[in-house]
Design a protein around this ligand. Structure first.
Ligand SMILES: [Mg+2]
Length: 367
């Protein structure tokens, strides 16, 4: 169930009422305390909640190696020894920074609104590592107040409790689990990008099939080839595609974009969205555009590459994050310095560069 539907359900229970009271009390406490430097965290049902893992927010490659080679006890001891040393930024850091810049603009326009990005740090780290994470977060002036330290347990239950709109992690199993639970999620990889990214505009690029949309048309390409696909898309041009795992995140971005449009800031809106699809425009583009329209959603730019590589175009766009379900597009994007996140969903997981990967029956079931 989406956050939207959830908040629209009628008949509040007693526990909902007492939660409302708790939030009102918290708001009053913040309003009466002179801590204007630190904005109050928004209520999850109003915010666009982005959950990032500590390993995507910060570079913890060395630490991970200690954990893998020497075990948990040594890992925790190592983190405690280095508690005063800051982590360097990781692969989701520029995205998180960009979210905070959007929040600053939203707060200027709507000082009392809670419709903001809220970042939750989700980590299966031991709580002992928390101090080093807090030190680093404060050093980089990141406004992250919600931590979720699961001590090795799966974070999925917490993601639901936080009403997460997007979850980014380096652990593809957890990402897959989140997607199966209906949470938009993607796996991030270490990427040594030197690309200069905009610090005034958040740019988010999405693939179409099996990312914003379901993989129903992708299945036809993979199993019956392009000619059948083109014919099929023409025939079903007016039948909207089913939604894919990232649709709700595009919807959440659109909700915040409209707040800028309402203040006459469409031209210099600090959020810009891109559809970067391998589809051909003339042969298979109409169904995609009509689907978006049927959802009441739009992207600022729609780029139909007709099978051309995505990397060079993404290099020009310079998104803070690019989502795709196929690893060869992720690799192509990364080679040219784009920060790319893999959405492990749909039939594309069974293929590599057009060739079917042999999987056992048990694995197949999971895909
Ligand atoms: Mg795709």
């Amino acid at each position: 169930m989406s956050k939207h539907e959830d908040t629209e359900r009628g008949g509040q229970s007693n526990s909902d009422n007492s939660e409302e009271k708790d939030w009102a009390a918290l708001k009053a406490l913040f309003d009466n305390t002179k801590t204007a430097k630190k904005p109050r965290p928004p209520k999850p049902s109003n915010a666009v909640t982005i959950a990032v893992s500590s390993r995507t927010l910060f570079n913890m490659v060395k630490e991970r190696k200690v954990f893998e080679d020497e075990g948990l006890e040594r890992y925790v001891a190592h983190q405690l020894e280095l508690e005063d040393q800051l982590f360097t930024p990781g692969v989701s850091f520029p995205f998180v920074k960009a979210l905070m810049n959007v929040n600053a603009r939203l707060r200027e326009l709507y000082p009392d609104s809670e419709e903001l990005f809220d970042i939750v740090l989700v980590t299966n780290n031991h709580a002992q590592v928390g101090v080093r994470l807090i030190n680093s977060i404060n050093h980089y002036d990141l406004n992250i107040e919600r931590f979720c330290m699961t001590g090795g347990e799966s974070p999925i239950g917490y993601l639901k409790a936080y009403m997460t709109n997007l979850y980014l992690s380096k652990d593809s199993k957890k990402v897959q689990e989140a997607i199966e639970e209906g949470i938009a999620a993607a796996t991030m990889f270490t990427c040594d990008s030197e690309n200069e990214l905009s610090d005034t505009q958040l740019r988010v690029a999405f693939d179409g099939d099996a990312v914003l949309f379901s993989d129903e048309s992708e299945i036809i390409v993979k199993e019956h080839g392009l000619d059948t696909f083109f014919k099929h898309e023409k025939e079903f041009e007016n039948k909207p595609l089913a939604q894919g795992p990232l649709k709700c995140f595009l919807e959440a971005l659109g909700k915040l974009q409209r707040k800028f449009y309402a203040k006459d800031q469409r031209i210099n809106c600090p959020i810009r969205t891109y559809l970067v699809t391998a589809r051909s425009a003339a042969s298979a583009g109409a169904r995609v555009l009509k689907t978006l329209r049927s959802w009441g959603l739009e992207v600022d730019e729609a780029l139909f590459l007709a099978g051309a590589p995505k990397g060079p175009l993404l290099h020009k766009i310079r998104p803070h994050i690019f989502f795709d379900d196929q690893m060869f597009h992720i690799e192509g994007a990364q080679e040219l310095g784009t920060i790319a996140a893999h959405v492990p969903y749909g039939i594309g997981q069974k293929y590599n560069k057009g060739k079917r990967i042999e999987t056992s029956g048990a694995e197949e079931k999971k895909l």
